[in-house]
Design a protein around this ligand. Structure first.
Ligand code: 5GP
Ligand code: ZN
Length: 110
């Protein structure tokens, strides 16, 4: 997707602070963190919303959670963190390339 913010971050066209990457996913700090740890886990493949996930993406979605687990543990929050994925405008989704919010630690924003 040429006009997708997270595809541009994936391709390095927009800077981000990357905290993890592998062949399938990248992860970077949220620009507007709600908790001390607030990382977005993004599949390299462009998928717009949860509703666009297909059967063939099953392993990829699992890898997003494995990345979330590793990121939380490496940041010292392995014993407690939240993951969240919003779906659709009405579900609070703003960027239409699926991403897991990985959040832990004290709140830093309302
Ligand atoms: P959503 O509401 O779609 O679930 O979450 C989108 C997230 O992307 C928000 O938490 C927002 O702060 C973050 N975000 C928006 N633009 C940028 C950006 O340019 N860089 C980074 N690192 N995060 C962004
Ligand atoms: Zn995209």
């Amino acid at each position: 997707m040429s006009d997708c913010l997270f595809c541009k971050i994936r391709d390095g066209e927009i800077p981000s602070t990357r905290v993890y990457e592998d062949d399938d996913v990248i992860a970077f700090n949220d620009i507007s963190p709600k908790n001390q740890l607030h990382v977005l886990v993004v599949p390299r493949k462009h998928i717009s919303t949860i509703n666009d996930i297909e059967e063939t993406d099953t392993a990829l979605i699992g890898k997003m959670f494995l990345a979330a687990k590793k990121i939380a543990a490496d940041a010292g929050y392995g014993d407690g963190y939240r993951v969240q994925m919003n779906c659709g405008e009405k579900g609070g989704q703003v960027v239409f390339h699926i991403h897991l919010h990985v959040m832990a630690g004290a709140r830093t924003a309302p």
